[in-house]
Structure formats: structure tokens, C-alpha cells
Write a protein that binds this ligand. Sequence first.
Ligand code: NAP
Ligand code: G4F
Length: 323
Amino acid sequence: MSIPTALITGITGQDGSYLADFLLTKGYRVVGMVRRSSTENFERIEHLRGQVEICQADLLDQLSLINLLRQVRPGEVYNLASQSFVPTSWEQPVLTGEFTALGVTRMLEAVRLVDREIRFYQASSSEMFGKVQEVPQTERTPFYPRSPYGVAKLYGHWITVNSRESYNLFACSGILFNHESPRRGKEFVSRKVTDGVARIKRGLADQLFLGNLEARRDWGYAGDYVEAMWLMLQQPQPDDYIIATGDTHSVRELCEIAFARAGLPWQDHVMVDQKLVRPAEVDLLQGDASKAQRVLGWHPRVSFRQLVEMMVDADLARHAQRP
Ligand code: NAP
Ligand code: G4F
């Protein structure tokens, strides 16, 4: 039997690194697409050197994607690359649209041109629900994005659905709720808090400035969520799925658990900075993943408390080694 080949765009990101770990355990040949940069940004996949192949291409460059698929000949494409930080999408809305919206079309067009048998996964987002129209959110909940990022992801979602319906491509959209890990970028609130806790505990800082403490998210563990991506592409038919824990917690609760893990009183250290409050907020996300549970047999394993404590412990260990 031949070895299955998966192409991951965004392999240097949080999810790309966990998905690469997962697919290697499944016996895949894993190829990661990276964009050209003057310095390598391979920290999250450093442990996979020699186990994954790295190729250069860019979501902004159509021909580079076509050539990449011709060269790699993947059976599965996981399109994880995007401008993924919501606040930046107000600062750079056009660029966000180019990567996060049109980038999906470019990749789908490359699939259509090179090999229509490729199974395609699109990294869609609960941010598309924005000003939520019902709680909890399901695959049938109407969308109402609240940021240029959410709007761009909505385009990516619908072009994926449309390519399935227009061209019969095996294209799936995974609507993933927030998922975190010790590999999360430090600008996202979970990691900002756990890294902040560790810095305060080690005497490297005294305060942590945050925005809206009342925002609620359905936070899960990235290591659990990448399995769902793979499961979607193993089904007989392509479809769209919500991936979430079903629980929701506030940023305030995140702070309580994270600071308590390090034995610190959070109220003494957390300050609200109005500059970090967003022009339009997503107040509450809570997903209903019962379709994924029923069809894919997928269940989250790590609870919110376990996740936050895992991240605090990792940051405490990291700051103990190198401040
Ligand atoms: P991340 O850590 O920010 O990683 C984003 C990746 O995209 C990086 O590898 C980045 O490469 C790459 N990238 C950006 N622009 C590119 C371009 N023009 N060409 C090629 N590569 C490019 O994001 P993540 O948390 O792993 O999320 C993965 C995907 O899932 C994203 O699409 C995100 O929007 C979506 N998503 C995430 C969550 C979540 O909670 N994490 C939830 C729902 C959906 P560099 O290393 O070069 O910057
Ligand atoms: O951690 P966040 O920046 O994540 P956000 O905006 O929910 O987006 C993440 O999840 C999406 C899925 O729903 C992904 F599609 C997206 O790519 C990304 O991975 O902010 C979470 C909440 C927000 O309500 C924000 O206003 O935390 C609030 N928050 C409060 N203080 C803060 C801060 N967020 C950040 N980043 N920094 C703060 O200081």
C-alpha cells in the first residue's frame, strides 16, 4: 500500500505543528508549505526536522500553489494558513482578505486544476458567528461576523461549500471554536495570560494589561482539534462540522485559574487597558459539536481547567530556563 501524502499550509503555526505531529503518527508523508521569509520561523516544528518536508509557496501567489500541488501530489490538503489575529484585521483589512479569504479560492482553484481527487480541509472559524444569533451555535446557526477577519473567514467558508457544490470537490469546512496550547501565539489572550502569569511569578513583570474581561469563549485544546480535521477527510462524503467543547468561560475566569495555578492573586496584577478593547466584540461563543460527535466519533479530551493549567505550567518551566 502506498504512503498517504498530506500537504499542510500554515505548518509553522500552532495548528499546523500539532497536525503534523498527528499525521506522522498515522504514517503520512507530511509536506509543509511555508512562505518565503528572511529568517526561518520553525520554532513549533523544530522537533520534526527531518520528518517533514518543507516547500515554499504563498497563498498570495496562484502559480506557486499550482506548482506546489504538481510537485507534491498530495491526497489531502489542509489549508490552515491565514492572517489569524483578529485585532490585526482592523489594521490590515485588505491584506487579511487576500490571505484569509482569496487565499482559499487560490488553493481551491489549484486543486481543481491539478487533481480533483484531492481531499481539502478549510480552517473555518467560530468568529463567523460573531454577534451570535443563537446559543449554542450549530452548523445551521446564521452567521454575523464582527471583524474583517470574521468576514474573510466567512468568504473562505462559502467558497469551500461552493466548490463542493459546483465542482463536486471533496471540500470540508471545519468551523473550529477557539483552541489553545503551550504553542499558541503570545498575542492571543490565553497565552498572553499564561505567559504573563509566568513572567510575574518569576519576577520579570508585575502587571498584565488586558482588554474586555467579560468576553466569553468556548476554549479547547489544539491537540484534540487537529484530530477532528483529519477525521473530516476520512468520511465517505465531504461536509462541514462544528468543533467545540460545549463549555464557555470568560477572560476573567481564565485569569482566575491561571493566576491561582501559580499561587498569585489575579486582581493585584491584571489591569484593563481600553486600547485593547475591540471596535466590535464577539461577546459569547459556545459551540454545539454534537454532529461531529455523532458522525466523526470526535470528543474533546482536555477540559478548560486542564488546558489553562497545562499552559501555565509550560510557561513557568520555560521562564525558569530562560527569562
Ligand atoms: P497561527 O498560529 O497564526 O498560524 C498561521 C499560519 O499561517 C502560520 O504558519 C503562518 O506562517 C501562515 N501564513 C500566514 N499567511 C501566509 C501566507 N500568505 N502564505 C503562507 N502561509 C501563511 O494560526 P493557528 O492558530 O494555527 O490557526 C490555524 C488556522 O485555523 C488559521 O487559518 C486560523 O485562522 C484558523 N482558526 C484558528 C482557531 C484557533 O483558535 N486557533 C480557531 C478557528 C480557526 P508564518 O509562520 O510565516 O507567519
Ligand atoms: O484570544 P483572542 O485574541 O481570540 P479570538 O479573537 O477569539 O480569535 C481566535 O479564535 C478564533 C475562533 O473563534 C480564531 F478564528 C482566530 O484565528 C483566533 O485564533 O481573544 C479572545 C477574547 C476576545 O473577546 C478579546 O476581546 O479575549 C478578549 N481579550 C481581552 N483582553 C483579549 C485581551 N484578547 C487579546 N488577544 N488580548 C487581550 O489583551
